[in-house]
Ligand binder design. Structure first.
Ligand code: GLV
Ligand code: MN
Length: 223
């Protein structure tokens, strides 16, 4: 039998890696191995990825419907916007299915502040009003557009983005994620309102400002 040369072995390994890459890159939440696994939020057991399933015999039609996104969110807050989640936390049927949705309501001029989702790509559609949607790539390029009702956008996974109501009245959008729990890193809170807080000298150096500026921003988010 002919023994393959070292360069052939190298070429073969490259080929295997090249073939596997698209599989790895396209994964979001893992695929389910059953029709459904309605989360048993009351189960007091350790869960590694998602939640344990309710016994199928206890599952009813109501488990598969959620009306939490029908309600207009309260936008009386410093940002003039509010996010209502339709994820596995309040809609347990999403457990293991790899998707979720939000409703975001905006007062006139309201802002959904810069944030990112560590576990999901986001797409969204404007249902009512006129909304500026923007995100920044890892190459520091800013992409944005003003959208009207019916128009759609996508925010690639993990990138920092925001939406701002730039129309005359209220606005609202529906967003969708390829994760049952996308997570959100909301930059103003992450940087200026963590517990315990990030030391002032880290923030003064990072933003090239004096301590009083950092203290003033922190004070806006302290409850
Ligand atoms: C909007 O950006 C959302 O996260 O729902
Ligand atoms: Mn988002």
């Amino acid at each position: 039998m002919k023994i393959p040369s070292r360069s052939h072995v190298h070429m073969l390994s490259y080929l295997v890696v090249l073939l596997l890459l698209p599989l790895l890159a396209s994964s979001a939440d893992p695929d389910p191995l059953q029709d459904f696994c309605v989360a048993d939020k009351s189960a007091n057991s350790i869960s590694v990825n998602g939640f344990p399933c309710k016994p199928a015999s206890n599952v009813t039609s109501d488990d598969f419907f959620f009306d939490g996104l029908t309600k207009v969110g309260n936008t009386s807050n410093i940002f003039g916007s509010t996010v209502t989640g339709g994820n596995v936390d309040n809609f347990p049927a999403l457990n293991t299915l790899g998707i979720s949705m939000n409703r975001v309501d905006f007062a006139p001029g309201g802002l959904n502040p810069p944030h990112s989702h560590p576990r999901a790509t986001e797409s969204g559609v404007v249902i009512d009003g006129q909304v500026l949607v923007g995100f920044v790539t890892t190459g520091n390029v800013y992409h944005s557009k003003v959208l009207n009702a019916g128009q759609m956008f996508v925010i690639p996974r993990g990138l920092v983005h925001f939406q701002k109501n730039v129309g005359v009245g209220k606005a609202f959008i529906i967003t969708a994620f390829n994760s049952q729990l996308p997570g959100a890193v909301v930059l103003p809170f992450t940087l200026f309102a963590s517990t315990p807080s990030i030391p002032d000298d880290v923030l003064t150096r990072a933003f090239q400002v004096e301590e009083k500026v950092v203290e003033s921003i922190k004070s806006k988010f302290s409850s």
